[in-house]
Write a protein that binds this ligand. Structure first.
Ligand code: ARG
Length: 287
């Protein structure tokens, strides 16, 4: 830190006071966990947040890494309409990568940053209950497509999370779930993070990916996205593709008790601290 940076600490103090003791759910996209330096920078920021008293809850998936391991093992990923079909073999890979490799990496790095972290999946402590997604019609298909072992969330029990965060532990959750019959499902990590944030009535849900935030017509970052602007941009297809479900689930989270949702880029350094502890932030904020 330089002398000139000290005034920034003054800007941050009100936010540190405001957020201390609050719960924030942070979803980390696979691309952040894919690069060691990136993951390290991100985890250091998470550690700082915990140090100032924020109860951080991490959620991650790892679609990119799952595709890579599938290829290594000679399992061809089947993608229909941009969505992965999860058969038995693909689910095995998902379990290895989500609950194994990525979760262990995140827990280890955060431990090195001085945190007490507990790695778990949505299966642990009955955190996420799911049911199989029924076959759906996708564009151009005559008969409905069965996406296999992809689940939809039917219940969230955050008891285990409360026990951990109130005991001074930071939970790192991989986006797997199961039903009462012992079937395991692969669930979209954004969806899991949002469901947990709603159940915890979190102060913030922070979606960390490889984009800077929601972009407007001129491709500038929208600092604060209102519902009416979002509706316009969806109508004009400016918000489209992978951003559309993110924005839609952000507004759903707000309706269900989350104070604010933030989209930030985890591939640039220090974006989490900038978003939380400066007035203007660096990503998109939705309230
Ligand atoms: N630091 C403040 C907060 O987290 C404001 C963030 C503003 N962010 C933005 N993208 N406009 O509540």
């Amino acid at each position: 830190m330089k002398r000139d940076d000290i005034p920034l600490l003054r800007e941050s103090l009100p936010y540190i006071n405001k957020f201390s003791g609050k719960v924030m759910v942070v979803k980390i996209g696979g691309e952040i966990a894919d690069n060691e330096d990136n993951l390290k920078n991100f985890c250091e920021q998470v550690a700082l947040c915990v140090r100032v008293g924020i109860k951080m809850v991490l959620v991650h998936g790892g679609g990119k890494q799952a595709t890579a391991l599938s290829k290594k093992l000679g399992i061809e990923p089947k993608i229909v309409d941009g969505r992965r079909i999860t058969d038995e073999k693909t689910l095995e890979v998902t379990k290895m990568v989500f609950a194994g490799q990525i979760n262990t990496d995140i827990v280890t790095i955060l431990r090195k940053c001085g945190l007490r972290v507990v790695g778990l999946s949505g299966i642990d402590g009955n955190l996420i209950s799911a049911k199989k997604r029924p076959p759906v019609h996708v564009d151009g298909s005559k008969k409905p497509i069965d996406f296999g072992l992809v689940g939809d969330i039917v219940g969230v029990d955050v008891n285990v999370i409360n026990v951990l965060i109130n005991g001074g532990f930071t939970p790192a959750i991989s986006s797997l779930a199961s039903d009462d019959d012992g079937e395991v499902y692969n669930i979209n990590a954004d969806t899991v993070a949002s469901a947990i944030a709603c159940a915890l009535k979190a102060e913030k849900l922070i979606l960390v990916s490889n984009v800077h935030g929601v972009l407007d017509r001129e491709k500038n970052i929208i600092s604060k996205l209102t519902r009416s602007l979002a509706e316009e941009l969806i109508e004009e297809k400016v918000i489209a593709g992978g951003m559309l479900p993110k924005v839609q689930s952000a507004f759903k989270a707000i309706e269900n008790g989350v104070r604010s949702v933030h989209l930030i880029n985890g591939l640039s350094s220090d974006t989490l601290l900038m978003e939380l502890f400066t007035e203007s932030g660096c990503g998109t904020m939705i309230e």
